[in-house]
Every structure is written in C-alpha cells, then in structure tokens.
Design a protein around this ligand. Structure first.
Ligand code: HEM
Length: 613
C-alpha cells in the first residue's frame, strides 16, 4: 500500500515537543514539567486500550468484507471512494487528494478486508492526535516498522514508548542544540568545499543532483548527532553508508507493500531482497552495538540537571547516545538503545534531506524571493560559515520558506493511526459526525490538509509571506485558523494554524527532532543560497508530474541543478541567466506547475464546502 510511514528552543522559548528548555537552573522544574506536559499531550482520555486480538481482527475483517462486497453498503457515516488499486500505488497520497475533492474531508477507502478512513480535516486531526491520542496507536505503521526499528519510539508498544519518550525528549536540550549548530555548519562547510572542488574541476560550473547532496549532508549530521559517528558520506562511500541507504530504501519499500512477507521468517532467508536486508541490518547492528558498548564502557551516570549543564562546547562526544547512556534513572538495555538510535537515524535523515530539496526547488523558481533571502542572509550572517544561535534567531524569511516548503511537500505526506476504541469525531469541516469502531485504520492526509482550499488562501501557491497574515474560515467549525501570533518559536508550527499545518505532527506523538531539523535546515539552506548560483535544469511541470512517494516525497530522478559560485552585484549584471530557471521574469512560476500536478483549480472549487453543514 502506498501509504507513508511516517514525523526552537532559544533561551526562554518553550519547545512544542514536550520540553521547555529555559535556563539550566530551571532543569529540575523542567523535568517535572516534561511529565506534566506529556500528560497534557496524552489528551483527555484516561486509559490506553490494548491492541486487537486475533479474534477481534477476524471480526473486523469479516465485517469489512461483508459490508463492502456482500451487502455493498457504504459506511454509515462517511462516503466511500471507489477506484483502481493500481492507481493508488506509488502516487497514493496524491490520489487521495482527488477523492478529497469529490468526497470531502472524511471518506473511506476499502481494499479486500481492509477499510481506511481518510481524514483531511484539522478539527478531526486535532481530536485524533491530541485530544484523544490515547485512543489511537500507529497501527499499520508499527506493523511495518517493527522489523527495522524494533522498540524504537515509532513502532514501540505504549509502555515502552512512554518510558523512552520521557528519556529522549529532554535530550534535545538547549546546550545540545547549540552544540549541534556547530555540527550543522561544519558538515555544510564540508559539502560546500566538495562542491567548490567539483566546480573548479568543471571550470566554473557543475551539474549536481541536489537531492543526493542533501541526503549525504543529512546522513552525516544525523550520524554525529545521534551516535557521534561520522559517516562522511559527503565525500566518500563505504559499506556502512551503503547499508544505511539500503535500509532506508527497505523501510520505504515496506511502507508500500501490501503483504508483510517479512513477517514469515523463512522468507527472510529465501527471498534475495529480504536476505540482503538481513545482511545490511547485521552490518549496521554490529556497528551500532560497537558504538553502544564503547559508550557504556565509559558511562558516567548523571542526573538530567547535570547532563544539560555539561560544557557541550568542549565535550568529546555530544551525541544523544552519550546522553541516553549517562542519564540516571532511565537505564536501557543495549537492544533498546540500538532501536532508539536506528529510529532517529531513519526518522531524521530523509525527512530533512527532502525538506531541503523541496525548499531549493521552490526558491529556484522565484528569483524575487531568492534575492530577498540573500539580502537577509548577507545582512545577518555576513560571510560567516559558523552562524550562532543568536544569528539564526534573527532570520525570518528563511524559516518561513522552509515552513512553506513543508506545507507544499509534507514529509511524510500521511500520518497513520488505528482506533483502539470506539470514538466519535467532531464535525469540523465535514458533513457530519463520524463514529469509528475499534480496529479502524486511519490516514490523516497531511498533503490534503496542507493544500485544502478551505484552510488556505491560494493553497497551491508558494507564498512564504502567508505566514505573516492571519487567515480563518468560520465555516470549518471549531477551527481557529492561522494566526501568526501563535507561532511561538523560530518557525510556524501546528499551533499557529490549529492543526491545519502538521509539518511535525502534533500531540503526544509529535516529532522529537523538530527544532533540530529546522535549525539544521536553516543553516544548510541559508549557506547554500548565499554562496551558490543555481539553475534548475528540469522542467518543474515534469518534476511535479513524476513525484514519487513513500515515507517522504522525492523527485523521480533527482533534482538536477547547475551550480556555480555566487556572483554578486556587477558580476551578475552581465549575465542574467545564472540565478534560476528563468530569472528574466520575476513573476512566480510555481503556481502553474503545482496546479498541473495534482488537481485543477476547477476541481478544487468542487470540493464540497465541508464547511457549510
Ligand atoms: C524536516 C525533518 C523532519 C520532519 C518533517 C519530521 C516529521 C515527523 C512527523 C510528521 C512525525 C510524527 C509522525 C506521526 O505522528 O505519526 C515525526 C515523528 C518522529 N520524528 Fe521526526 N521529522 C523530522 C526530523 C526528525 C529528526 C531530525 C529526528 C531525530 C533526530 C526525528 C525523530 C522523530 C521521532 C523519533 C519520531 C517519533 C516520535 C514518537 O512517536 O513519539 N525527526 N517526525
């Protein structure tokens, strides 16, 4: 099934992922606040119902088959989409948008014994992700990822998740993030030097696949941040890097595969693909085990308060592994630590690379915005390759561009949940209140939410300045609209748009690495835009037509860009072809490409105005 897997603190800024990283002296209060906050995020449900038994599953599937194929009746509450399953493979999230236009903000899809609710409504999304989060788990996503991430945060059972989340979230404290800014700039500088080397060899310009460049950059950064291991994939390739890439591809492939054949143990030794995966997994596990053993052998048990006061500028190993091993009171087995690390490696790698890819793709079609970005970055960072947190906080347009890239290309485009108890959803913009049974599978379509004409002005337009203008639609009952004043931090998040914008999810399962990822992307994007002139070589309309998706959204064959050193002022006045796809005309080109990809505006107009009833 083509569903997807998947998910700033400054001094005095409260992080939205459950951790308030104020001054170090507040640490004890902060630790208990993490627990309180977590309780709040778990919503107003009281107990977490357990997973379904085999007998319960048999009944759910029997009822689905009976309703869909024997009685041929629709769900009592939500319209049902009918379509060719082949149409859904590969382009699944985008196809869901077409059905959204026809059927509204909540509808169902049926395949064999399976039935899915597709939700494109911010009020219902908030209900599921935040208000009643205890009534839902990750369902199919956990089934798919367990073989890769074990009991890491994404597929873990509830008790393990609660314990590990409580340990991991405070690990992204201010001193750690501050130290990571140095890692972001060091790795970005390394990428820059390599590109400059290629440019020199190419006599002034070179054609690069920027998607691959950003992928290497993000891998190097996450390796250092999570387990203090430098893959150095920006400049080299070795068996471990290859194994990581194949593991990521496997996670992506499994997320699209209908039958979980990898759960049939003997097949893992017979099917070549699964056998190769096992070998990669062993290589990677051995490497991680070695790093974990090393960390454990030099363990220095400390309280959270002491850990966040460490002099991160001077420690040899600033990694999350070091923090998790040293954290007193949350001791974990080596296997658990490995699962934690593997989960963060996978969750934090391609997501960030995709964000950088799409932000670059979008800005290269808007020379007017590129000029503004360069003005901002020149003014705030000057020529520095080592920005400070204080400088990063002064950037305004860059974070808005990244937020807008995440709006148009959310990573992942779908969030997956399963109802563990009967529940009735609020009306929101839908045509009526929907009741779901225990065992119902749900896709929250972030792609649809982010492009809904009910929730955004000119939803398909790349308009980073929208994040400065309030927007509301009283017809979507219970939705408080976009209010830039609610964006409490360096970038607009789900709170600013009241769950119409879910770049990092929301509620108790919200991304733990949101601020890390945004800081990383701000550094890399700002430096790349400041220092290079780039020309998009492929036709944006074709790129849009051929989007590929799994856990993240990719171009079909990479983002081909001609890169040369940035020419400033007079130099550039002599040659106007270096800035972007077509910089002779500063009118936005973005809109038409986006419109052609997914849905005609006329179709959009026919989206039932969910809002009226
Ligand atoms: C631009 C980059 C990123 C994006 C767009 C992103 C997006 C997301 C989203 C949407 C979720 C929620 C999934 C759900 O509710 O089902 C999530 C969860 C998660 N993310 Fe991220 N993420 C990014 C970077 C990172 C990084 C850098 C890390 C780690 C260093 C990370 C670690 C995680 C983990 C562990 C979870 C699971 C949390 C839980 O279930 O408690 N992510 N991410």
């Amino acid at each position: 099934m083509g569903e997807s897997m998947m998910a700033f603190t400054g001094v005095g800024v409260v992080s939205s992922n459950g951790f308030d990283s104020r001054a170090a002296s507040c640490t004890r209060r902060r630790a208990s606040r993490t627990t309180v906050r977590m309780a709040e995020e778990l919503g107003d449900s009281t107990d977490k119902p357990g997973p379904l038994s085999t007998m319960e599953w048999a009944k759910v599937w029997f009822d689905n088959i009976r309703q869909t194929y024997v009685l041929k009746t629709e769900d009592e509450y939500a319209p049902q989409a009918s379509g060719d399953i082949a149409e859904l493979q590969g382009a699944f999230p985008f196809t869901l948008y077409k059905y959204f236009a026809k059927l509204g903000a909540v509808y169902t899809l049926a395949f064999g014994p399976k039935k899915f609710y597709v939700v494109s409504d911010p009020v219902v999304a908030k209900h599921i992700l935040r208000r009643k989060s205890l009534l839902y788990d990750k369902g199919m996503l956990a089934d798919i990822l367990e073989g890769i991430m074990g009991k890491g945060l994404i597929p873990a059972d509830f008790e393990t998740w609660k314990k590990r989340r409580r340990a991991i979230v405070p690990g992204f404290h201010e001193a750690f993030l501050n130290r990571m800014i140095r890692t972001f700039s060091d790795c970005t500088t390394r990428m820059k030097s390599r590109i400059n080397g290629e440019i020199d060899r190419g006599k002034g310009g070179v054609v690069l696949d920027l998607e691959a460049e950003y992928c290497s950059l993000a891998l190097d950064i996450i390796g250092i941040a999570v387990f203090n291991y430098d893959f150095n994939s920006v400049t080299s390739m070795n068996p471990i890097i290859k194994a990581v890439y194949r593991m990521l591809q496997e996670a992506e492939w499994r997320s699209k595969f209908l039958i979980p054949i990898w759960n049939v143990e003997p097949l893992n030794w017979v099917v070549p693909r699964l056998r190769a995966f096992r070998e990669d997994q062993k290589l990677l596990n051995d490497t991680l085990d070695g790093l974990i053993e090393q960390a454990v052998s030099s363990k220095s048990s400390e309280d959270l308060e002491q850990l966040v006061q460490r002099d991160y500028d001077n420690v040899n190993d600033p990694s999350l592994l070091r923090y998790l091993v040293d954290l007193r009171g949350e001791e974990a087995t080596c296997t658990q630590l490995r699962d934690d690390l593997m989960t963060m490696l996978i969750a934090g790698h391609e997501t960030t690379a995709s964000l950088l890819t799409w932000a670059t793709y979008l800005i290269l079609q808007r020379p007017d915005l590129l000029e503004r970005v360069r003005e901002e970055v020149d003014e705030v960072l000057g020529d520095s390759d080592a920005p400070t947190w204080a400088q990063l906080k002064q950037l305004e347009l860059v974070p808005r561009i990244l937020a807008e890239a995440l709006r148009l290309y959310p990573q992942p485009p779908l969030l997956i949940r399963r109802a563990l108890a009967e529940d009735t959803w609020p009306q929101g913009g839908g045509s009526g209140r929907v009741s779901v049974k225990r065992g119902s599978d749900i896709f929250i379509s972030v792609w649809n939410l982010h492009r809904s004409p009910d929730l955004w002005e000119n939803p398909l337009e790349f308009d980073p300045d929208r994040w400065t203008r309030p927007y509301s639609n009283p017809a979507v009952k219970g939705w408080s609209g976009l209010d830039p004043a609610r964006a409490n931090g360096l970038f607009p998040n789900e709170v600013a748009a009241d769950f119409a914008f879910l770049p990092f999810g929301g509620g108790s399962r919200k991304c733990v690495g949101d601020q890390f990822a945004m800081l990383e992307s701000i550094v890399a994007f700002a430096v790349a835009m400041r220092d290079f002139d780039m020309v998009l070589l492929d036709d944006p309309e074709q790129i849009e037509r051929e989007l590929v998706t799994g856990a993240t959204i990719h171009t079909k064959d990479g983002l081909r860009v001609r890169v040369s050193p940035r020419r400033k002022g007079d130099d550039r006045a002599h040659d106007k072809t270096d800035l972007s796809h077509d910089d002779t005309d500063s009118k936005p080109k973005q809109r038409s490409a986006l419109e052609n990809t997914v849905m005609e505006p006329s179709t959009l107009a026919s989206v039932p105005s969910n809002s009226s009833s």
